[in-house]
Write a new protein. Structure first.
Length: 286
């Protein structure tokens, strides 16, 4: 193994992760000339070659053209809480601070007790079957996480368990018949918890309906897609009528949630009143 100074080691790791020399200089707060000299030394030692090794992670090319319906899984963001950090991790964190690190299809930030990883904008996992698209994303995420853990010195898995939480993900159906039926270019529907769960969007030139609720996007897609399939098979409402029914159901859910809150508030006030009355009666009986 070739012994190299710590800063050259950092530069090599950043080059391996796909960072440009200008970005490395900015991240390490050194001049571009200093980075260039270290790159030359690393080449002479045979530690890097002309190209950039991106850790075996290949950027995806997405088949979104045409009229076929596809599922597009994207906008993923994860919070990882490793169970162990090496000294190497702390050294890297001190040098990098809160700067994001490009890592194949992903970017990451090293925090003191956690790592945040998110998918590059414009990178999608596309397949006619949504579960296959999701599996593709998870395979790519696991691969990138394994490389990152080895590269930056943290351990994620212990006893086949890991503390990983999904912070964001979008599951979109492209060339959506539901979207085609709606004149409005951008529509958001909110659920009982007040969070947006369905978006009809054409911002990328794609007519999509998109499930975006962090906790239940896949479950929402299962329910709504089954409902839409049933409608198509039985030749019942048109896509526009289906959309209007969906909006009405969403409004009814919100009304139900508001009514439940009012009832709970009324019951609480009633309970408080009974408690006060009980105290008065007990006082009179003394």
């Amino acid at each position: 193994m070739v012994d190299i100074p710590p800063k050259q080691g950092l530069v090599k790791q950043m080059l391996d992760d796909g960072m440009k020399q200008a970005r490395i200089a900015e991240t390490l707060n050194i001049s571009k000339q200093a980075v260039s000299k270290m790159v030359i030394k690393l080449r002479k030692k045979g530690l890097i070659k002309g190209g950039v090794d991106k850790g075996g992670v290949v950027r995806l090319v997405n088949p979104l053209q045409g009229r076929d319906e596809n599922w597009r899984y994207h906008a993923l963001e994860f919070e990882i809480k490793p169970y162990y950090f090496t000294k190497k991790y702390e050294d890297m964190r001190q040098h990098l601070g809160s700067h994001c690190i490009p890592f194949g299809n992903w970017k990451l930030i090293l925090y003191k007790r956690k790592v945040i990883m998110w998918l590059n904008g414009g990178t999608d996992f596309v397949h006619p079957d949504k579960h296959t698209a999701i599996r593709m994303s998870m395979a790519d995420f696991q691969k990138a996480l394994t490389f990152a853990a080895n590269r930056y010195g943290f351990r994620v898995w212990k006893d086949q368990k890991a503390n990983i939480r999904i912070l964001k993900h979008h599951l979109a159906k492209t060339n959506s018949k539901l979207n085609e039926a709606v004149d409005e270019g951008h529509v958001k529907l909110k659920g009982e918890d007040g969070k947006v769960w369905l978006i009809l969007d054409r911002s990328k030139g794609l007519k999509e309906h998109e499930y975006v609720h962090t906790q239940q996007a896949v479950d929402d897609s299962d329910r709504v897609e089954a409902w839409l399939t049933d409608i198509r098979q039985h030749d019942l409402p048109t896509p526009l009528q289906s959309y209007e029914m969906l909006v009405m159901q969403n409004k009814l859910s919100q009304i139900t949630a508001d009514n439940m809150k009012s009832h709970i508030s009324a019951v609480k006030k009633l309970a408080d009143g009974v408690e006060k009355l009980t105290r008065v009666v007990e006082h009179l009986n003394k």
